[in-house]
Design a protein around this ligand. Structure first.
Ligand code: ADP
Ligand code: MG
Length: 332
C-alpha cells in the first residue's frame, strides 16, 4: 500500500511539474538553453493518456545540443505533434501501432527531433496544406486546424525548420530541426551520488543544515529526508532563521522556502547578507513555482541553487550535498 501511494504521489508530482513548465512559458527567459530531452519528457507526460490507448511509445533519444527556446512553447510544439500522431491511429490496437520519438544531431550540429507514427498517413493532395492555419481534415469540434500552423510559427521563429513526410496507410513523420546552442553540453551532468555515501558512511563530516519553511509538514518531511546525513535545525519563519544565526549558529546549507507570510525567501537572503554574508552564500531556494517577475530576476542575480516543489528526495539530497561540500563564490 505504501508503495502504491508513493507511485501515485510520484505521478501527481510529474503532472504538476508538466503543467507548471507549461504555464510558466511567458515568464521564462527565452535565452536559456533547454535540454531537449526534458522538454520531450514534459510533452510525453502531458499526452501520456492520449497515446497509451493507441500506440506503443518508442524513445530513440540520441544526444542533441541544447536549444535556445521558450520552454512552454517548445513543449506545446511536441504536444501538438504527439496528439496529431495519436489522432492518426485508431483506438484499440495499441499493440500494432507505434509512436516513435527520435532525437539526433545532424552534420551541421543542429538538433533534429522526429515524431513518427504508424497511423493513417496523409494523402498527397492534402500534404501541402497541413501547415495552413485552419486547415483540418477532422470533424467540427475535433480539429481546429491550428496545431501545425502554430508549430510552424514557433519553430521558424526560432530559426528552425519543420517538415512532414507521409506515406498514406503507413504513417507519418514530422521532423523539427533547431539550431544548437553554441558550446552547450548535450546533457546536464548528473550529480555524483557516490560522494554522498562517503560523507554519510564515514561520519567524518557531519554538516549542519537549516530548513526554513512556514509549513511544518514540509519542513519535517525534509528533515526526515536529511537527518541521517546532517544535523538539522528547523525554522518555521525567516525571523526564526535569522535569530538562530544572530545567536551564533552557523550552517553549511540553508534550504528556504520562497513564499512565507512574514519574510519571503528573498527577504531572508537580503537580511542574511546584512547580518552574516557567509551564511547568505549557503542558501538554497525552494519554490512552489509562483514567482513575481521581480523575485525571479532577483533569484537569477543571486545565482543560488533553486529547487522546485514538489522536489524528490534525490534532488534535495544532491543539492544540499553540493552546497555543503562546495566553496561558493561571494554573492554579487
Ligand atoms: N501525424 C499525422 N498523421 C496524419 N495526418 C496528420 C498528422 N498530423 C497532421 N495531420 C493532418 O494535418 C491536419 C492539420 O493538423 P493540425 O494543424 O494539427 O490541425 P488539427 O489537428 O486540429 O486538424 C490534420 O487535420 C490532419 O489531416
Ligand atoms: Mg492537431
Amino acid at each position: 500500500m505504501v508503495s502504491d501511494a508513493r507511485d501515485g504521489a510520484e505521478r501527481v508530482r510529474k503532472i504538476v511539474h508538466g503543467l507548471r513548465s507549461f504555464s510558466r512559458s511567458r515568464e521564462q527567459d527565452p535565452s536559456t538553453p533547454l535540454v531537449v530531452a526534458d522538454v520531450l519528457d514534459a510533452a510525453l507526460r502531458l499526452t501520456g493518456n492520449e497515446v497509451r490507448h493507441r500506440a506503443q511509445l518508442v524513445r530513440e533519444l540520441g544526444p542533441v545540443p541544447r536549444v535556445v527556446a521558450d520552454d512552454g512553447q517548445l513543449t506545446q510544439v511536441f504536444i501538438n505533434l504527439l496528439i496529431n500522431a495519436s489522432h492518426a491511429i485508431p483506438e484499440g490496437h495499441s499493440d500494432q501501432n507505434r509512436i516513435t520519438v527520435r532525437t539526433r544531431t545532424d552534420d551541421q550540429g543542429r538538433a533534429v527531433i522526429e515524431v513518427e507514427d504508424t497511423g493513417q498517413g496523409i494523402a498527397p493532395e492534402v500534404q501541402a496544406r497541413v501547415f495552413d492555419p485552419f486547415f483540418t481534415t477532422k470533424d467540427v469540434g475535433e480539429g481546429t486546424g491550428l496545431g501545425l500552423s502554430i508549430c510552424h510559427g514557433i519553430i521558424t521563429g526560432l530559426g528552425g525548420q519543420i517538415s512532414i513526410e507521409s506515406a498514406p496507410e503507413h504513417g507519418t513523420v514530422v521532423r523539427v530541426v533547431l539550431p544548437g546552442h553554441a558550446g552547450a553540453p548535450a546533457r546536464d551532468a548528473a550529480p555524483a551520488p557516490a560522494s554522498e555515501a562517503v560523507t554519510a558512511a564515514n561520519g567524518r563530516t557531519r554538516h549542519r543544515v537549516m530548513l526554513v519553511d512556514d509549513e511544518p509538514q514540509v519542513a519535517h518531511t525534509m528533515e526526515r529526508l536529511l537527518r541521517r546525513d546532517y544535523d538539522i535545525t528547523v525554522a518555521l519563519c525567516g525571523r526564526d532563521a535569522i535569530d538562530h544565526i544572530t545567536r551564533g549558529a552557523r550552517f553549511d546549507a540553508i534550504v528556504t522556502d520562497m513564499m512565507m507570510p512574514n519574510m519571503t525567501g528573498i527577504e531572508l537572503s537580503e537580511e542574511l547578507r546584512r547580518v552574516a554574508p557567509d551564511q547568505a552564500q549557503r542558501l538554497i531556494f525552494l519554490s512552489g513555482g509562483a514567482f513575481t517577475a521581480q523575485a525571479r530576476e532577483r533569484l537569477d542575480e543571486l545565482g543560488a541553487p533553486q529547487l522546485e516543489k514538489p522536489v524528490t528526495a534525490k534532488e534535495l539530497r544532491a543539492c544540499v550535498l553540493r552546497v555543503v561540500t562546495e566553496a561558493r563564490p561571494p554573492a554579487p
